[in-house]
Ligand binder design. Structure first.
Ligand code: ZN
Length: 475
């Protein structure tokens, strides 16, 4: 762990506490932009990768900050788990809407970064005219800092929501996702909500001219499941080959899988995604999307889209071999050969059902199949018009008319666990970035500096629409 810098934000906060901040139609209070940057700077200096044990201290610094701006101590709870922890914050409303809370979730941990590989020190917030740089600056410490700033601003404003607002910052999203599972299993009451915003993913896309052209909202994730298939054989000396051979049998099975396509599947999310994406990309691919929406049995259109690695995942389950192991000596017949097959399962399909399909397609009952790890499957969150409208309205002052597009993710984020626990969850962030500039998990991860201002405006507007309009404080 790196030595941490002293946190300077507290002195700034004592200045801010005395006066009432002004939010306007056009901009969030500049002081909160400074606070968000200060929180981000502190966050980046903490190496919260798996195994570093740095998450609890980070959670604790956020807790102390929130208490210092007026949250009651019992409203800011640290939930430890091994070397990491979650932070759960409750902003109590007046209950006048009669509705369950809204949950906001981000994660405090990061993917490891080797400073030797980076142009800049990954654990120091660096900047140029356009971007901030550092590990976690995009994924996901930016949004941790934004949500913390948002709750600070609301508290200092004297805002009373018409329902409770909850923050859940998890501590191991990039590794085992055990903290989110602990929260949904053992702390359900603390995080129970009508729906969750997983503020990690989704968000705005900029083109090369820097113009916003779409805003994505994640409604669903495919189930990430990995299978191992093994062929076994008594083996023997390679100078006396047998007619049966573990490597040949495994290859045969893999070739059958190669020739197989899972059937086309669509849902409201993917059809709306195609419908709204088609006019943005145009050409053959856009045309194929339009045709599938009109006629999901249009084989030519399906095949054209299946050729596009970017879109094949939106058409149904995919399974693909990713690793091979087999044999034990160059002059021995193999006693076993194993392939690892990674699947992204379309929402609504089970892991076991998918395995049954693979078994059947492989066409050899002698093969041994196993599930690797513990896949979590979740159904798509319902298409929620209230949320989609709130998002469109909240983007109106920033990027008027930008199309809001529902999306199905192909990995597993914390949102999959909230969905699996029956809390519909929507992945969305206020960040607008050119996909080319997004280096999440990679070297020189960056985020546009203007995202701080835009995210604060976006989320402040979201709160107004989903938890009641701002009340002017009486001071
Ligand atoms: Zn993330």
């Amino acid at each position: 762990m790196l030595p941490l810098k002293p946190i300077v934000l507290f002195s700034f906060l004592s200045l801010a506490l005395g006066s009432s901040p002004s939010w306007s139609e056009t901009g969030a209070d500049a002081r909160y932009e400074i606070l968000a940057e200060s929180l981000l700077r502190d966050a980046i200096a903490r190496e919260t990768a798996f195994g570093m044990g740095a998450v609890p201290a980070y959670a604790n610094s956020l807790r102390e900050h929130l208490i210092s701006v007026g949250f009651p101590e019992n409203a800011v709870q640290i939930v430890p788990l091994g070397e990491t922890a979650s932070l759960v914050v409750r902003y109590t409303g007046d209950g006048s809407s009669g509705r369950k809370p809204i949950l906001f979730s981000s994660h405090m941990d990061v993917v490891p970064a080797d400073p030797n590989d980076w142009v800049r020190d990954p654990f120091e917030l660096q900047e140029d005219d356009t971007f901030y740089y550092g590990r976690g600056v995009l994924d996901n410490k930016f949004d941790v800092s934004i949500l913390t700033t948002l709750f600070t601003a609301l508290r200092q404003e004297g805002y009373v929501p018409n329902r409770d607002l909850i923050i859940a910052f998890t501590g191991d999203e990039e590794s085992y996702q055990a903290t989110v599972q602990q929260l949904t299993r053992d702390y359900r009451e603390a995080i129970d909500a009508e729906f969750a915003f997983v503020v990690d993913g989704g968000g705005g896309a900029l083109n090369d001219a820097g113009e916003a052209f779409q805003f994505k909202v994640g409604f669903a994730e495919k189930t990430y499941a990995t299978f191992a298939v093994t062929a076994r054989n008594p083996g023997g000396h390679s100078s006396m080959p047998r007619s049966d051979n573990a490597i040949f049998e495994l290859s045969d099975a893999l070739q059958r899988l190669q020739g197989y396509r899972f059937p086309l599947q669509t849902n409201e999310i993917t059809l709306t995604y195609f419908e709204r994406t088609a006019p943005l990309i145009g050409g053959d691919v856009g045309d194929a999307m339009t045709r599938i929406v009109a006629d999901p049995s249009d084989t030519e259109a399906i095949n054209l889209l299946r050729e596009q690695p970017e879109y094949v995942g939106t058409l149904g389950t995919t399974c693909i071999p990713t690793m091979l192991a087999g044999g034990h000596a160059e002059n021995a017949l193999p006693q076993s050969a194993t392939a690892t097959v990674n699947c992204r399962i379309f929402p609504g399909n089970g892991v076991e059902d998918t395995l049954d399909v693979l078994r059947r397609v492989a066409g050899n009952s002698e093969l041994e199949w196993g599930i690797v790890g513990e896949p979590v499957s979740s159904d798509a969150s319902p298409f929620n018009t209230e949320i989609m409208t709130a998002i469109s309205n909240s983007l109106e002052t920033l990027h008027p008319g930008v199309p809001v597009i529902p999306q199905m993710g192909s990995g597993t984020t914390d949102g999959a666990f909230f969905r699996a626990a029956g809390i519909p969850s929507y992945s969305v962030t206020g960040i607008f970035i050119n996909p080319k500039d997004s280096f999440a998990h990679g070297l020189n991860e960056r985020v546009p500096k203007v995202s701080i201002r835009e995210s604060l405006i976006f989320w402040r507007a979201m709160i107004d629409q989903l938890a009641g309009p701002t009340r002017v404080p009486s001071n």
